[in-house]
Write a protein that binds this ligand. Structure first.
Ligand code: PLP
Length: 488
């Protein structure tokens, strides 16, 4: 199956080639080295086995939407309520992006201005603070904007910071640093506590989450992850939030594509259960780099105050690209793509297990698998580097209770969204599993000068890297990226 069928994205190789050639010619006339780097990036992406769980390949339509005059426009405010003149066209694309997002996810409200996932979370945190901490001005009808908050409101908010509590998934269980991790602002805005996963199964134990929530009484219960290979039951998380009077925020940055494609439905779809849902648009959702927030009606006004509360002027060219990406995701082909992402991840997990690789939670039911490479005597860093030497791009990641800490780690995280976009199926992912297992089995840590095994250095048995590279190249040649797209 081709990655970008014409009917799904309007991608036509001849037209797209002409568009990119012209663009590179215009860019190259000013700074040829940038034009060259753009061409080189396409060549690199075409020739590597991209298994980074948070990356994908956006369609030419999405990418081309970002290179235009919208980039020049300031549009602080919201649709129809701007602090700059002449925003009628920005209004059109922002309203379209929000409408597509609402329809795609069945959400009552969508705010598409966040520039990234971290921004989307900041918008959500401030919205919950503004909504849940009693502010005198907000009690007045018609407060629409952060500028309407009185000094008294601000003073109340300042004092609330640090006293309010957030409970999120711990980083080593797969949570994200914006979910209350100390070096991130979320860990400074809130008194923070975390829940982990069951030490024997690696799975979430909802009774443990409930007990922790009852004890800690958070204002915000965060759910969502960057490196947890399982679905979360959001109906249960909402029950827990309700039992302790918390607001449930779900960060679906990683798995938004699976929600959009209805692979995660019912109790596993965050939208009907969470008060606020945050996301990126560029991971499994395959849109432009950016963020967005979905909210239940009671949080809608507070969410819309994201700019200027924590955001500067919105990026209209990216909002336009979000509208295009969401429109693509509303097509039936996207549901098929989402299903293939999880089917492929299951095949990858099975293939790895069959070849003796230990997986955190012993498998997956989303788009990623987390390898525990300690049984190979390797750190995550060694495994990541050895795989990269062999043409396989992954990233190292902590595993629960990781003895090697967050820098060296004991894990490698791999995901299927990008290669699924290229058209890889289960047979190809089984072959990928074979290549990964071969490289890991052929890699040994070298000794430090003191004689102990190094955490960073390693050797790979002769010939294995080259053999893997050519096997990877064969797989990639069978599934070209942007087939027919030729920069000339
Ligand atoms: N939330 C989650 C769960 C993520 O995995 C990430 C990115 O890694 C983010 C938020 C932050 O997204 P961004 O890099 O766009 O700020």
């Amino acid at each position: 199956m081709t990655a970008f069928p014409r009917t799904a994205t309007g991608f036509d190789a001849t037209t797209a080639s002409a568009a990119y050639r012209s663009a590179l010619e215009v860019i190259g006339a000013v700074e040829p080295r940038v034009a060259d780097a753009i061409g080189a990036e396409l060549a690199d992406q075409r020739s590597s086995l991209k298994l980074i769980a948070s990356e994908n390949y956006a369609s030419p339509a999405v990418l081309l939407t970002m290179g235009n005059w919208f980039s020049d426009k300031y549009a602080e405010g919201t649709v129809g309520h701007r602090f700059y003149a002449g925003c009628q066209n920005v209004d059109t694309v922002e309203a379209l992006a929000a409408e597509h997002a609402r329809e795609l996810f069945g959400a009552p409200h969508a705010y598409v201005q966040p520039h990234s996932g971290i921004d989307a979370n900041l918008v959500a945190f401030w919205a919950v603070l503004a909504q849940r901490v009693e502010l005198p001005a907000l009690e007045k009808a018609g407060v629409r904007h952060v500028n309407d908050l009185t000094d008294e409101d601000w003073s109340t908010l300042r004092h609330a910071l640090g006293d309010q509590r957030m409970l999120g998934m711990s980083l080593d269980a797969g949570g994200h640093l914006t979910h209350g991790f100390r070096p991130n602002i979320s860990g400074k805005m809130f008194e923070q506590s975390s829940y982990g996963t069951d030490p024997s199964t690696g799975l979430l134990d909802y009774d443990v989450v409930r007990a922790r929530a009852k004890e800690f009484r958070p204002l915000i219960l965060m759910a969502g992850y960057s490196a947890f290979p399982r679905r979360i039951n959001f109906a249960t998380m909402r029950e827990i939030a309700d039992e302790v009077g918390a607001t449930l925020i779900v960060d679906m940055a990683h798995f938004a594509g699976l929600v959009a494609g209805k692979v995660f439905s019912g109790d596993f779809d965050p939208v009907p259960h969470a008060h606020v849902v945050t996301s990126t648009s560029h991971k499994s959702l395959r849109g432009p780099r950016g963020g967005f927030v979905l909210a239940q009606p009671e949080f809608a006004d507070a969410v819309d105050r994201g700019c200027p509360m924590v955001l500067g002027g919105p990026l209209p060219h990216v909002m336009a690209a979000k509208a295009v990406a969401f429109a693509e995701a509303r097509r039936p082909e996207f549901a098929d793509y989402a299903q293939r992402i999880v089917d492929n991840a299951a095949a990858l997990a099975e293939g790895l297990k069959r070849r003796g690789v230990r997986l955190v939670t012993d498998g997956t039911d989303n788009h990623l698998v987390l390898l525990d490479v300690s049984s190979f005597g390797l750190t995550g860093r060694q495994a990541e580097s050895a795989l990269l030497d062999s043409g396989i791009v992954t990233n190292r990641n902590s595993v629960p209770a990781d003895p090697n800490g967050a820098w060296y780690t004991s894990g490698v995280r791999i995901g299927t969204p990008a290669l699924t976009t290229r058209g890889f199926g289960q047979a190809e992912f089984d072959r990928v599993a074979e290549l990964i297992a071969d490289v890991l089995g052929a890699t040994t840590p070298t000794a430090t000068s003191a004689g102990a095994p190094s955490q960073a250095k390693y050797t790979i048995a002769d010939g294995v890297s080259d053999r893997t590279r050519s096997a990877a190249a064969e797989l990639l040649a069978e599934h070209p990226l942007y087939p027919g797209l030729d920069l000339g």
